[in-house]
Design a protein around this ligand. Structure first.
Ligand SMILES: Nc1ncnc2c1ncn2[C@@H]1O[C@H](COP(=O)(O)OP(=O)(O)O)[C@@H](O)[C@H]1O
Ligand SMILES: O=C(O)C1=C[C@@H](OP(=O)(O)O)[C@@H](O)[C@H](O)C1
Ligand SMILES: [Mg+2]
Length: 453
């Protein structure tokens, strides 16, 4: 992080609880990308303190705030102005400085709209299905109505809550655009090209096998499904959409874009698509939570990886071991009988496989795996990529009696290290989120470098 100075601006998140939030990651990385001298942190605020917290924040010159549960409604009483969309929805998640106090916006909804645009999903003239009838469902029903959906069906177990959304939105637009259906009444929807937005918490981690509607026939009615849940990354709802041959998206982009929209309001900047992509990769890596060790042969990836797993109670996977057991051959044999190219293809397919299934693991990869740009991209989404940097003299000590590394067979070790390092050193540095020096360090100390980064 950049040094915090007297001129550093402050933003933050007000809610209760807030410590788990991914928003600091979004905003602090945006400031880094845009080279803006601003930090973002969290403020846990009790119900009765919301008003004084907001007024105090204004007095302190705080540039902007996000607001999360349970204060998104209550905070509206402490504002000098409210954007019409947020007012109609009845919830505010972003505060922007105005002349005499904060003005409220709802970038949750603007974020969802931006996600839909990003994925090429249009609301206009579309039949929309909203699953659920809580706060998010109400807001998204409002969004669909305001963006000229053909019809909006709110499907929920309790019809009472769904009916109050219907009444509020229909009254606001003076139309009958919203209709309510029970969970088993979806056959009444005639369209087979609906955009469905899953707005319940059913399927949220740890209840990952749950889903609000499990009938395949329901998913045949959709053109695409969006789940506002992002943990797990692929929910059962999304799997059922895919099973019916329909596209499915999770809520992580919505979360990204609610942050991006807020950041743009606070800083009067525009975040480009490629900048959004960079933040999104970091969010995915954070969610996946793996520690990935990269570096030259002999830098200690396999040894240190096993140590972390054992001492920090994590699972461990070494891509070389994984490949050996899959192929039922040693790395030496694979290189001898099938060639290096074949091995490199195996590495990519293994990384793809691991990306889809591993979270919170330690992964040590072969020293050449990160050379392929495709693999670099995959790893960047999987967690913290840690480069174990080791001086040549140390590598020579560690590798001189190695006989299971085909690239070091029958060569002058020093020359081979020079030759490969010239090609790889920059790649290791660029691919890494954090660099850890391995010479004369104990593992506990090296581990601290990783978690403190
Ligand atoms: N930090 C370290 N200090 C001293 N020796 C180490 C260190 N890390 C690994 N080694 C030794 O170096 C050799 C290569 O380590 P290994 O974990 O196989 O590296 P990699 O998987 O990066 O090729 C092993 O003999 C291991 O015991
Ligand atoms: O650097 C490389 O290209 C290789 C490194 C090895 O793994 P380690 O880095 O664990 O030795 C292994 O994947 C293979 O021998 C090729
Ligand atoms: Mg290894």
């Amino acid at each position: 992080m950049k040094e915090i100075k007297g001129t550093t601006k402050l933003c933050g998140l007000v809610g209760n609880p807030v410590e788990h939030s991914i928003s600091p990651l979004i905003h602090n990385n945006l400031s880094k990308l845009k080279d803006i001298d601003m930090v973002y942190t969290t403020f846990r605020v009790e119900d009765e303190d919301v008003d004084s917290a907001i007024k105090g924040a204004y007095a302190l010159g705080i540039v902007g705030l996000n607001v999360t549960v349970p204060h998104k409604q209550r905070v509206m009483e402490s504002l000098v102005a409210i954007d019409p969309l947020a007012k109609a929805i009845g919830a505010v998640n972003t505060l922007v400085r105005d002349e005499k106090g904060f003005k409220g916006y709802n970038t949750d909804i603007l974020g969802l709209e931006r996600e839909l645009m990003d994925e090429g999903l249009s609301i206009k003239n579309k039949t929309c299905i909203i699953l659920g009838a809580g706060g998010a469902a109400g807001a998204i029903t409002f969004l669909c109505a305001s963006r000229e959906a053909k019809k909006v069906f709110v499907i929920n177990r309790s019809l009472d809550k769904a009916n109050s959304i219907k009444e509020a939105v229909n009254a606001h637009f003076n139309s009958d655009i919203v209709e309510v259906l029970g969970l088993d009444e979806y056959e009444r929807i005639e369209d087979n090209d609906c955009l469905c937005i899953q707005c319940t918490s059913v399927g949220l981690y740890p209840n990952v096998e749950d889903v609000i509607i499990s009938d395949d026939a329901f998913y045949k009615k959709l053109s695409a499904g969006v789940d506002i849940i992002y943990n797990p990354y692929r929910t059962r709802f999304m799997k059922l959409c895919n099973k019916a041959g329909k596209k499915a998206y999770n809520g992580l982009k919505m979360l990204l874009y609610q942050g991006v929209c807020a950041y743009e309001l606070w800083t009067d900047t525009k975040i480009s698509a490629s900048e959004c992509q960079k933040i999104y990769t970091k969010m995915r890596a954070h969610m996946a939570g793996n520690i990935i060790l990269i570096g030259f042969m002999g830098s200690g990836k396999s040894t240190f990886g096993k140590w972390i797993a054992k001492h920090k109670d994590m699972e461990f996977i070494d891509t070389d071991d994984y490949i050996e057991s899959k192929e039922n051959m040693s790395i030496n044999e694979i290189f001898e009988t099938k060639g290096e190219e074949y091995f490199r293809e195996l590495e990519t397919s293994v990384v793809k496989e691991l990306q889809a299934k591993l979270t919170n693991c330690v992964i040590s990869v072969g020293g050449g795996l990160v050379v392929k740009p495709e693999n670099q991209k995959l790893l960047a989404n999987m967690g913290k990529v840690v480069y174990l940097e080791t001086p040549k003299c140390e590598l020579i000590k560690r590798l001189s009696s190695s006989n299971n590394r085909p690239l070091l067979k029958d060569v002058n070790l020093s020359d081979r290290i020079d030759e490969l390092m010239e090609k790889r050193e920059e790649i290791y540095k660029k691919a890494a989120t954090v660099k850890v020096d391995t010479a004369n360090r104990d593992f506990e100390d090296m581990y601290k470098d990783i978690i403190n980064s």
